[in-house]
Ligand binder design. Structure first.
Ligand SMILES: O=C([C@H](O)CO)[C@H](O)[C@H](O)COP(=O)(O)O
Length: 212
């Protein structure tokens, strides 16, 4: 399992500082949608320059202009770009095509998707990296990511599944058991008084699970 550190609602300098503190315990760096809206692709370029060895996810949350936005992300140094699962198939296909051309990956953000048929349809377009996502606003309404979300992707072959939405040390063991490949962790680390400790805690849970 990988840890994707989601950097949201902070300055580029704060993003860099957070990664400096946690880089030994996290695998992927996500430049959050809000950070991209604030700073544009400069945020992605700066993180790429600063952390050349890390996998960088640009959380573009594309829903139209798939080719243009995916190219923006990959040209700026992202390895992974995101597109919303509710986007037209034409958009998702464009993102996937650009990813193939640029040797990158597309993460399908399933925020708001409740139909396994829709996920199957996206899978048939060639998508293989899916993010089961309980959004910030849904979290405020009391919802949290659980392994039950995996019902949406049941039976699909050759997938990589990521989970986002208030992921913390309590939920991580059940996500590990359910076979989730990427946990996307924002506020549990970024809102912690000791981000390094919180990242270490998750990393240790993952290491312990591997040894069982
Ligand atoms: O994608 C996200 C959200 O939509 C805001 O843009 C977050 O990165 C994701 O939810 C992870 O953050 P936490 O829920 O705080 O762990």
């Amino acid at each position: 399992m990988k840890i994707q550190l989601a950097l949201d609602r902070m300055t580029i300098e704060e993003c860099i500082a957070l990664v400096e503190q946690t880089k030994d315990y996290i695998n992927w760096i996500e430049i959050g949608t809000g950070v991209i809206k604030e700073y544009g692709m400069t945020a992605v370029r700066k993180m790429r320059e600063r952390f050349p060895e890390k996998t960088i996810v640009a959380d573009m949350k594309t829903c139209d202009a798939g080719r243009h936005e995916s190219l923006q992300a990959f040209k700026s140094g992202a390895n992974v770009t995101t597109v919303m699962g509710f986007s037209p198939n034409a958009t998702i296909k464009q993102c996937l095509e650009v990813a193939t051309e640029k040797s990158g990956e597309v993460m399908i953000d399933l925020l708001g998707i409740e139909s396994a048929d829709r996920v199957r349809e996206i899978h048939s377009l060639g998508a293989r990296l899916f993010c089961l996502h309980v959004g910030k606003d849904m979290q405020q309404d009391g919802q949290l990511a659980t392994s039950k979300l995996l019902q949406l992707v049941e039976g699909l072959d050759d997938n990589q599944i990521a989970v986002a939405g208030g992921v913390n040390d309590e939920i991580t063991p059940s996500l590990l058991k359910a076979g989730v490949e990427v946990i996307i962790v924002g506020s549990f680390i970024t809102g912690s008084t000791n981000p390094e400790f919180s990242a270490t805690l998750l990393s240790n849970i993952i290491d312990e699970y591997k040894q069982v």
